[in-house]
Design a protein. Structure first.
Length: 255
């Protein structure tokens, strides 16, 4: 069980599958009760949390909608009475050449990946401030530290997440709240294995192998590679760490 985790309450967005689901499972094993906020059915994640002996709640939530996030916040408050940990994991990763990108395409990515991070965090920070303890962990991306093609809106959104992480960290530090980010590389998950590969690759397996060849650790990343970083950042052991972005990408970004 993680240091300081016992009977804390976490909200994890995008936790119905993939990285978010792995995060929910690990925090439950650390002793945390978990609310799963996702547009998809979160019942599978609820079972994983409950099998670890923790309480769980799944709420349908569109993180880009202020009304939807507010409704989710009320449901979580009714169930648990408070939230100690926010993990902003919901996001989309569409591939699109800039020449074909419309403003609507741009706004869709920014509204989910960046606006959603703001809205969910803003819903729960006041309660953390009142209790003088909180952990916010946002999902960035190693693409912000490397050159990639076909993802201008995505990379911009994740750069915004890193900026928001740094800015918010200063605003809430006096209230016992830390704000950090995790930047994964291309992670083999239900959402990425079905994605159309970038030009030059016959399938996603080829792309996973190609990305892994650029890393120090030469195998594709999987969700379980990220859970240790989350466990640390949400624990008492990370109480003096804030405004930081951890690259957990197998050593692709080395700065």
């Amino acid at each position: 069980m993680g240091k300081g985790h016992k009977d804390k309450v976490a909200v994890i967005t995008g936790a119905a599958k993939g990285i978010g689901q792995a995060f929910a499972k690990r925090l439950a094993e650390d002793g945390v009760h978990v609310a799963i906020a996702d547009m998809a059915d979160g019942r599978e994640t609820v079972k994983l949390v409950e099998s670890a002996g923790r309480n769980a709640l799944a709420v349908i939530c569109d993180v880009s909608s202020e009304d939807s996030v507010a409704a989710m916040g009320r449901r979580v408050q009714e169930k648990f009475g408070r939230v100690d940990i926010v993990v902003n994991c919901a996001g989309i990763y569409p591939q699109q050449d800039f020449s074909a990108m419309t403003f609507a395409d741009w706004r869709r990515v920014l509204s989910i990946n960046l606006d959603g991070t703001f809205l969910v965090t803003a819903a729960f920070v006041p309660g953390m401030r009142a209790r003088k303890w909180g952990r916010v962990v946002n999902m960035a991306s190693s693409t912000f530290g490397s050159v990639t093609t076909g993802f201008a809106h995505y990379v911009a959104s994740k750069g915004g997440v890193i900026g928001f992480t740094r800015g918010l960290a200063g605003d809430v530090a006096a209230d016992g709240i830390t704000v950090n980010a995790i930047a994964p590389g291309l992670t083999r998950s239900p959402g990425t294995i079905v994605r159309k590969p970038r030009p030059g690759f016959a399938n996603m397996d080829e792309e996973f192998v190609a990305i892994a060849s650029l890393q120090a650790i030469k195998r594709p990343e999987v969700p379980d590679d990220l859970v240790g970083a989350l466990s640390f950042l949400t624990s008492d052991d990370a109480a003096f760490m804030t405004g930081q972005t951890l690259n957990v990408d197998g050593g692709r970004v080395r700065s």
